[in-house]
Design a protein around this ligand. Structure first.
Ligand SMILES: [Zn+2]
Length: 68
């Protein structure tokens, strides 16, 4: 299989880097909900993408998840 984000060969749905970025992204969502009150998943992804602190892998997977 190939990672749909970067095209790298992978064992699962995503390559290692994007799989762990996705995990981090999903793990941080409940923390945002707690901190900001209600925030939709897509708005959360938007915020993550705009955040200058967001790393490359997370930004790419956030973009991918928004598109899909
Ligand atoms: Zn990838």
């Amino acid at each position: 299989m190939k990672c749909p984000v970067c095209g790298k060969e992978s064992q699962g749905d995503h390559c290692f880097d994007h799989a762990s970025a996705k995990e981090r992204l999903e793990a941080a969502y409940p923390l945002w909900v707690r901190a900001y009150g209600r925030i939709e998943w897509k708005d959360y992804l938007d915020n993550v993408k705009r955040n200058v602190q967001t790393g490359r892998w997370v930004r790419e997977i956030a973009e991918f998840l928004q598109g899909g």
